[in-house]
Ligand binder design. Structure first.
Ligand SMILES: *Cc1c(COP(=O)(O)O)cnc(C)c1O
Length: 407
């Protein structure tokens, strides 16, 4: 028999880049999880917007088990049926004509940025290499994507940062105009900033980015790693805004918990990624694509997408009520089931304290930076689970306020 594993084993055997909670979940079903001691948790975190259909959704379990008996991996020396089926389904359901598969959001953005650079290089020569992104943005942890991301603390201390990257202010079109020129090859933006604090892009801002890109022959890249796969109540957030990007990246929720990333683009741009320009051993892995297809087909239905707005309203009302009762939040914002509650000035920087206290009440939540409590639950979380989670959050916030008052 295996000896009991504990949180202390993390400190002994894993590099210290994370600080996980003490409880170790061992089983999940829908929007509930149980730890080693059998304690139950309501899951408002969704594995950071990943378990889009909750834990062990029957359609995903079936797709994984069926594929597990067929073929696990081939590499891209061969193609495979799950990859072809998912590629067709994604192109039929989005603006895209072509897809590229990988295993994470960072890799999908790495591919998007390399494609944009190569497309500009082929079409316009080597001077058109500037990438504009936004402060506070997050695009992944590969060295290129983390440098493009707008949080310098994540890219400093690793040696020379790749060049040709400029940062503008999110939702400020003038700040983009100042940096934009004919040497701009692409703008990359999260239509709804996630890690940066759950900040929706403004309609006029996103439309303006599209116009600027058209004016300067630059590509518009939407990073929908967090906002995609039904999270906003549309399959992708670009549909909500009616602003169509040239390249879109999706990961997190599209795999429903299985590592899967995809870059989507058009027939005009795709040829720049010619044979040999880019690749990934695991890209298009049959297990990942089989699960991804099941997730896509389950999410992209009126039943699931139309339920997002209703769940959003329940959570928003609940958070606003908690904010009013305890005076802890200054704003509740977000889209669909990606919701942020910003701490009131008196509690600045302390969102993580609520996350910790929520665990004690049996509730998993997230933060987005030091000031924002973030919820990203399953798109099919039940009304009873939402209510139970909000009750637990109310108790966690009450003890947070009590502890703050006595401190
Ligand atoms: C999480 C995230 C990423 C990075 O995805 P990984 O799978 O962790 O590499 C990129 N962009 C956005 C918007 C994200 O939220």
């Amino acid at each position: 028999m295996m000896t009991q594993l504990t949180r202390a084993d993390f400190d002994h055997a894993m590099v210290p880049n994370y600080a996980p909670q003490a409880a170790i979940p061992v089983r999940g079903e829908g929007s509930r999880l149980w730890d080693q001691e059998g304690r139950e948790y309501i899951d408002f975190a969704g594995g950071i917007a990943v378990t889009s259909l909750g834990h062990c959704h029957p359609a995903l379990v079936k797709a994984l088990k069926d594929q597990a008996d067929k073929v696990w991996h081939l590499s891209n020396v061969y193609t495979n049926e799950p990859a072809l089926a998912l590629a067709k389904a994604l192109t039929e359901r989005t603006f895209a004509d072509k897809v590229y598969f990988c295993s994470s959001g960072g890799e999908a953005n790495e591919a998007a940025l390399k494609l944009a650079r190569r497309f500009a290089y082929n079409e316009h020569g080597e001077k058109k290499d500037k990438i504009i992104s936004f402060r506070q943005s997050f695009h992944g942890r590969t060295f290129f994507t983390v440098s493009v991301g707008g949080q310098p603390k994540y890219s400093q201390g690793f040696g020379p940062i790749p060049g040709g990257i400029l940062h503008a202010e999110f939702n400020n079109l003038d700040s983009v105009r100042e940096l934009m020129g004919d040497d701009t090859c692409a703008i990359i933006v999260e239509p709804l900033q996630g890690e940066g604090g759950i900040i929706p892009g403004e309609q006029s801002f996103l439309e303006g980015l599209r116009a600027l890109c058209d004016q300067h022959n630059a590509l518009l890249i939407f990073d929908e790693v967090q906002s995609g796969a039904g999270r906003t109540g549309h399959l992708y957030a670009y549909e909500h805004f009616g602003v169509v990007p040239d390249i879109l990246t999706t990961a997190k929720g599209i795999g429903g918990g299985f590592p899967l990333g995809v870059m989507l683009t058009t027939d005009r741009i795709a040829p720049a990624m010619a044979i040999g320009t880019h690749g990934s051993t695991y890209g298009g892995n049959p297990l990942a694509c089989a699960v991804g297809l099941a997730a896509l087909e389950t999410i992209d239905t009126p039943e699931v997408l139309e339920g997002v707005a209703y769940r959003h309203q329940l959570l928003r009302n609940g958070l606003e009520g908690i904010g009013q009762r305890h005076g802890v939040f200054q704003e509740v914002r977000g889209m669909g089931l990606l919701i942020g509650a910003e701490m009131a000035p008196g509690y600045a920087g302390r969102a993580k304290d609520i996350l910790n206290l929520a665990m004690e009440e049996g509730l998993m939540v997230l933060v987005a930076g030091p000031d924002v409590l973030r919820l990203a639950p399953s798109l099919v979380i039940s009304e009873a689970e939402i209510q139970s989670g909000l009750d637990k959050l109310d108790r966690a916030v009450a003890s947070f306020v009590a502890a703050s008052a006595s401190a």
